[in-house]
Design a protein around this ligand. Structure first.
Ligand code: ADP
Length: 757
């Protein structure tokens, strides 16, 4: 047979090398006791085999592996030590063969016993069986079987090798095999017993674990079952449209199937809570009694006649047309604090609806209006659906504040989402990204508010009916303070039981010296501040006057912040007073012009002027030059080519074309040396040829002029009709000069030249 031998000892390697280089014949002889020392002849058995090296391989670790084919059994006659290795003198041994039935029987027994060992034990590889099965010679069979029993002690195997009679050897081998089988049997028994013991312990442990898991699962299933049932009941109570209900129930099924604690469960629960909380078909009953509504509106707000009228009209149409009417979208435009929000609240009260308010200021992301898709972590519905949920009915008065402060950026255009919510053609099926189901917004009464219409996205502006809130006159503010703000603040500061009262003059002083605004928000705040001071004094038992007089304000609020009237006190050259329209309502601005000698015509503009105002100044300058001869000057202003226009006033950015005639007047004054009348204010756009064009915000500007103590106002003729909006008590105080050409302005505003000193 072929054997593979790993040769490690130096002496053995020497022997192998020697053989490999020569006749390639080795005597392979077993060592009686395995140890690492070099064996002496006495340590070796007397019988071995001859083998011819057929393959020689040097392994990197220094050892040598050889393949050798054994040929015959030999008996060692003697050893000689070369110093490098042992040399043996051997003589061949010859086995005695048999071919009788007994031998045949022995062979079969050996085969089957060997097979048994291979199957039960793990020491012999099953391939050995194939090898052994093909051998029909008794001697070869015994040696082959023997060669596979590597776990049998060497001594036992050597003894078998030394037997020369095949039959005897087979018998001995059979005994060895039987013994092996017994040992295996005993091993199996022991292993089985040990395994059983360990197994039982483990089994119990595993079963207990399983039991625990099952119990937990059952309890959660119960919990979840009852949670799911609860959800189902709530869904049915929520009176959703069919599609929504189906969807919600499907989500409940999903929740029920979900393993306990799955993060998705939270997402589904939040979603279901949203679906249930939305007022799909919960609505409040409208109170469509016009007279009663009018009473409510008057009760809450002073003035604002146009607004109230429009609201009553709306109610009247509703009453006649019923629910089929498409809700119009009202847009309240005006400066802060003029009551846009509070009248919205009043409207809701007047018709018996819920009121919700959502501010759109700073919204730049479409998702803030329409929600985030649920795949986002922490996704929520947009502000519209949040507002609806808050309202708890599907037909609230829904106020969208500050739509002029909507931004547009890379995250999508929020105004298009808003449009979808507001457009009566689309909003019956408003779809929020989070909710994913169409929600009917048709019954919602949307009201939007803005400070400036110009900043409202045009697409939105188209859908809305604009109702301007122009800002209050001092007279109106006085009335509002007396009738609404003072009682409200007295009430809110716990002074109801005390006879606190604001004197009329004190209110006037508050309006003039402590506030400067178109609305009444700061006024209300100042009144509140006074009330707090009084409350504190009352509570701490100090003596304090309960009727607030003008001089008490200094003690309570400090000195007034604003000076009443900013009109020029003297008639000056190169200084004209214009009227502007700002967020705080109408106001006056002074335009100053200086002419400086220069070689090149130049126009310098300062005072934070916007692009439109700069162009308007250019136009004004050209216009004055083209009117030079009428003014009795030359078009180059006698070499004063460098024109500097300055618009002071608090570094506030200013823009708009309406200062055109004011700038032209200031330039004309500077060029001619004729002073401008200080009690005249003006507004109007001017063309190159001197035509005066109409401008906006007349009512506010007139109110601003009036507040500033200016009594003569020059206005474009085409703005005449706007004067109807000016309250009578103001109009009666003022003189209006309507002009269509800049020459008329000059005639009205410029005094004769002062004699050169
Ligand atoms: P806006 O929404 O226009 O900025 P608000 O509605 O917040 O202004 O109004 C500010 C305060 O002024 C509120 O307390 C409001 O009640 C009060 N107010 C405004 N206008 C009137 C009015 N015409 N009559 C009574 N109170 C008013």
């Amino acid at each position: 047979m072929m054997v593979s031998v790993l040769v490690g000892r130096e002496r053995s390697i020497n022997a192998v090398n020697y053989a490999w280089d020569g006749g390639r014949i080795l005597a392979l002889i077993a060592q009686k006791q395995i140890n690492t020392e070099d064996p002496l002849p006495d340590d070796l058995y007397g019988v071995g085999v001859l083998a011819e090296i057929v393959q020689y391989l040097r392994v990197p670790d220094g050892t040598v592996r050889i393949m050798a084919e054994t040929s015959s059994k030999v008996c060692v006659e003697g050893f000689a030590d070369t110093g490098e290795f042992l040399v043996a003198a051997v003589s061949s041994m010859h086995d005695v063969g048999h071919s009788d039935t007994e031998t045949e029987g022995l062979m079969r027994l050996v085969r089957s016993q060997f097979e048994h060992i291979v199957h039960t034990g793990r020491q012999v590889s099953p391939e050995a069986l194939v090898n052994v099965a093909s051998i029909s010679e008794a001697g070869k069979l015994s040696y082959a079987v023997l060669s596979h029993l590597s776990h049998v002690p060497v001594g036992t195997r050597q003894a078998l090798l030394e037997i020369n009679d095949d039959k005897q050897r087979l018998e001995s081998l059979l005994k060895v095999l039987h013994h092996e089988a017994d040992v295996l049997e005993v091993q199996r028994h022991i292993r089985a017993r040990v395994e059983k013991e360990i197994g039982e312990n483990q089994r119990e442990m595993i079963l207990r674990e399983q039991l625990k898991a099952i119990q937990e699962e059952l309890r959660e299933r119960d919990d979840r079952g009852s949670e799911a049932d609860e959800y189902r009941a709530r869904i049915r109570d929520a009176r959703m449209p069919k599609g929504a209900e189906e969807r919600a129930l499907k989500e409940v099924d999903r929740l029920e199937r979900m393993p306990y604690g799955a993060p998705e469960g939270v997402v589904i629960r939040t979603y279901l809570d949203w679906l249930i909380a939305l007022p799909w078909s919960t609505r409040s009953e409208d109170r469509l009694d016009i007279a009663a509504a009018a009473a409510v509106l008057d009760e809450d707000h002073y003035g604002l006649e146009k607004v109230k009228d429009r609201i009553l009209e709306y109610l009247a149409v509703r009453q006649l047309a019923g629910d089929t009417m498409k809700g119009p979208i009202l847009c309240f435009v005006g400066p802060p604090g003029v009551g846009k929000t509070s009248i919205g609240r009043s409207i809701a009260r007047a018709i018996g609806r819920e009121f919700v308010r959502v501010s759109l200021g700073g919204v730049r992301d479409e998702a803030e209006i329409r929600g985030h898709r649920r795949t986002y972590v922490g996704a929520l519905p947009g502000r519209i659906m949040q507002g609806i949920r808050h309202a708890r009915v599907c037909n609230p008065v829904f106020m969208l504040d500050e739509i002029d402060k909507l931004g547009v950026d890379f995250r999508g255009d929020p105004s298009s989402a808003l449009l979808e919510a507001l457009d009566p053609e689309q909003n019956a099926e408003f779809s929020d990204h989070y909710i994913e189901l169409p929600f009917n917004l048709r019954e919602v009464m949307f009201i939007t508010t803005a400070n400036f219409l110009d900043n409202v996205p045009p697409a939105l502006r188209d859908r809305m009916e604009v109702i301007p809130f122009p800002g209050y006159t001092e007279y109106e503010k006085h009335a509002i303070a007396k009738r609404f703000l003072c009682p409200k603040q007295i009430r809110e500061n716990g002074l109801e039981g005390t006879p606190v009262r604001f004197d009329d003059d004190a209110i006037s002083r508050l309006i003039r010296e402590y506030t400067r605004e178109a609305g009444v928000r700061n006024l209300e705040r100042e009144i509140g501040a006074v009330c707090r001071k009084v409350a504190r004094a009352v509570a701490s038992g100090k003596r304090t006057r309960l009727t607030i007089k003008p001089k008490d304000l200094d003690a309570h609020l400090g000195h007034g912040r604003y000076r009443y009237g900013t009109a020029n006190e003297r008639d000056e050259v190169g200084v004209a007073t214009g009227l502007v329209f700002t967020e705080a309502g109408g106001d006056v601005v002074t335009v100053e012009v200086s002419l400086i000698k220069g070689t090149e015509p130049r126009l310098t503009l300062t005072g934070q002027l916007g692009e439109v105002m700069r162009e308007s100044a250019q136009a004004a300058l050209t216009c004055v030059r083209s009117h030079a001869s009428e003014l009795g000057i030359d078009a180059s202003f006698g070499g004063l080519l460098d024109v500097h226009v300055h618009v002071p006033a608090g570094a506030v950015p200013k823009d708009g074309p309406s200062a055109g005639i004011t700038i032209a007047t200031a330039i004309a004054s500077a060029a001619t040396g004729r002073p401008v009348k200080s009690n005249v204010a003006m507004t109007g756009e001017v063309t190159l040829r001197g035509r005066v064009l109409p401008v906006g915000g007349i009512k506010e500007k007139v109110l601003g002029a009036h507040r500033a103590g200016l009594r003569i106002v020059i206005l474009p003729a085409e703005n005449e009709r706007d004067l109807d909006d000016v309250p009578d008590h103001v109009r009666n105080d003022m003189e209006f000069r309507l002009v269509s050409d800049v020459a008329q302005v000059f005639a009205l505003a410029l005094l004769p030249p002062v004699a050169a000193a």
